[in-house]
Design a protein around this ligand. Sequence first.
Ligand code: F0G
Length: 471
Amino acid sequence: MSTRVATSKQLALQRCIMPTCGATYDLGEVRTNCGECGSLLDIAYEWDRLPVPSHLREFEAKWTRRNDPLCRSGVWRFYELLPFAPPEKVVTIGEGQTPLMVSDGVGSFVGMKPGKLLLEYEGMNPSGSFKDNGMTAAFTHAHTIGAKRAACASTGNTSASLALYCSVSKLMQAVIFIGSGKISYGKLSQALDYGALTIQITGDFDDAMQRVREVSTRMGIYLVNSVNPFRLEGQKTIMLRVLESLDWQVPDWIVVPGGNLGNSSSFAKAFMELKELGLVDRVPRLAIINAKGADTLYELYENRGLRWNNGAPNTKITDGYYAELDAGHLRADTIASAIEINRPVNLDKCLRGLEFMNGVVREVNDQEILDAKAQVGASGLGCEPASAASVAGAKLLREQGVIAPDEQVVCILTGHQLKDPTATVAYHTSDQKEFDRVLGSRGVSRAAFANRAVQVDNDLDAIVRAIQLNS
Ligand code: F0G
């Protein structure tokens, strides 16, 4: 495969997602929405004039050239499907070396037949979450246009990822916005350690998101939240790696937690393009799982009937819901702090994706999330609470008969187990007070799969007895 680059506006551009608008912008423009109608943007390619492989298997040739950083990266290995920047401008830190694992332990918890439940472990990325897939792409675009500062609002993983790319490359300063008390220690420690300028505002993620948009506009700082269409180009490759691990066969279901809805939107874009290019013959179904305390998509899609509607979603439904949230002073609240978001910025793009992938949306509560997380830890590499929403959601969809036990289901584990040790230790702790303090107020009343530490005196015989008793 040759690598022709789509840097000129003839080969790739930014395009408004709304078919009724469709305004286009050059790749060099820094935009997070359409200047005409305010909607979200896509990166669109002139595929006919680009060197696209005739079969996905052609990407396998790159495995033999792993000394080349562009082949080593699990994102840029698929360069021909996201050719928006010249190869020499790509900033990669080896992201995307992530495994897809069959887990029969988690599968039996979910209610699947052996071999049918797979976990795509995105916690294996350099900063410990799937965000690196998108960050390498947005960061590359930022570098291409000469940005010197990059900003994001974050529940912790986007900020850890941005901070890491800045600290490794030294190309930009990271400015990150976080809500007060709304970020797990693992994630905060990353941002601080990598040297990011960390602005902690009073408020939650939704407040921080609004502020970072204002600040980046006013100060000309490059914004890397998932409203940035380049981010999603990188995240498309999670689906490419899933297919790669399945020897290019398409699974029946992709199950993913929903927060700001960038990941789900990018998955759908991946399949829209693969289908258009004739590289897949069918598309999996998409299940997006909200946490109950942050369930805007579930409420709008499943209860109030909001649909993409050929690019004309009924804005009255969304506006009405947000007005209700405001009137009731309702804030997002869940143990899955990564997805504690009430106003997902990619809502419209996600609706388009749900339609294309015949999707469903479900919500799961904190108890279900933590029980699923413990199961993932016991037999599937471990993950942070938000990631376990995918497993809890798959279980619910099995119970409802939406997913059949012999379908092939891929749950995306979006973040590493060590991202939120507080939640994990509180769930497993032998100290009831600690359990109640951290989890009780969240409506988590039992730790069905707790692995409690055994308290024992510092005495050899007592220790031996304790091991014998508990083996
Ligand atoms: N899982 C994890 C571990 C996350 O960190 C996030 C989002 C999601 C799922 C949801 O993905 O937003 O694409 O729907 N975290 C963002 C952050 C909001 O700031 O790190 P999404």
